[in-house]
Write a protein that binds this ligand. Structure first.
Ligand SMILES: Nc1ncnc2c1ncn2[C@@H]1O[C@H](COP(=O)(O)O)[C@@H](OP(=O)(O)O)[C@H]1O
Ligand SMILES: [Mg+2]
Length: 260
């Protein structure tokens, strides 16, 4: 399908403003004492909800014709969404464990899916004030300190840098990295792992075990638009709008030579 005209600057602005709402909660002085992940009024839930409501309202107003799937919205049944050729896929606060640990490694993810694959993605890390944007065929960009610059994956083929989850790491990650000439290992929360790949600060990212589609959509678009690949363990391009929104394990690499 032909991609409708979308003002992605406005999508970035929506992510930025949602991030500012998250930071209002994150900066509460008594934040650590208040954490109760079960209570509906916990800081975590509050930050999630504020971000979600702002993003959903913003996207509805920007592109009323494009439906939205968000972690914080009521799940849309597969019978309905299987017919969607285009939709927004949103994680209003990715990296909940990192938010609670207060290490700054959390993000707002907004991905655009067309015919089952990501075509554009915005990731904003509010505590770092860093924005990433990628659109397939148009490249990827980082906005930091008020400056926008193009990013691309690294062309390193030796002394590689491997990145994995900080809070959901698995032994299988190390088995995977041991097959390559990995000289350095980084652990990172949230979709920032994709951003490290896209900007050339890491070469390989392996996720063993489940994630949800909204965890990976925006990151995949940014990695692919910057020259990298995201595939399942059968080496097929990672797919979206599956009957279950649960993802299987995946490999993200700066170059497909690492898949053989
Ligand atoms: N058992 C599980 N099932 C589904 N998704 C899981 C999961 N364990 C972790 N995740 C996903 O992994 C994401 C975090 O990954 P990472 O640790 O690499 O940052 C979580 O995002 P949230 O933190 O937004 O909930 C969550 O969606
Ligand atoms: Mg998430």
């Amino acid at each position: 399908m032909q991609l409708p005209e979308i003002n992605f600057d406005k999508v970035q602005e929506i992510a930025l403003r949602a991030g500012k709402l998250i930071m209002e909660v994150y900066s509460l002085p008594d934040f650590t004492d208040l954490i109760d992940t079960k209570a509906d009024n916990s800081p975590l839930t509050l930050a999630d909800k504020k971000s979600n409501d702002f993003i959903v309202a913003g996207l509805k107003s920007l592109t009323p014709q494009i439906p939205i799937i968000s972690e914080e919205e009521k799940e849309v049944s597969y019978d309905v969404r299987k017919n969607w050729s285009i939709f927004w896929l949103v994680d209003p606060l990715d990296g909940t464990k990192e938010f609670i640990k207060r290490n700054g490694e959390f993000t707002v993810n907004i991905g655009l899916i067309v015919n089952g694959y990501p075509v554009a993605g915005v990731i904003y890390a509010p505590a770092l004030d860093e924005m990433y944007f990628g659109q397939i065929g148009k490249g990827s960009f980082k906005i930091s300190n008020g400056k926008t610059f193009p990013i691309k994956v690294s062309d390193r083929k030796t002394a590689l840098i491997g990145v994995g989850s900080r809070s959901h790491a698995a032994k299988e990650e190390e088995d995977f990295f041991s097959k390559f000439n990995v000289a350095e290992r980084i652990s990172k929360g949230s979709s920032l792992k994709f951003c490290l790949l896209a900007e050339g600060s890491a070469d390989l990212y392996y996720r063993h075990g489940p994630t949800m589609e909204w965890d990976t959509a925006a990151g995949q678009a940014i990695v692919e638009a910057s020259g990298g690949v995201v595939v399942n363990l059968d080496k097929k391009r990672f797919e979206y709008n599956k009957e279950s929104l649960l993802n299987n394990s995946f490999i993200c690499a700066s170059d497909e030579v690492f898949l053989s």
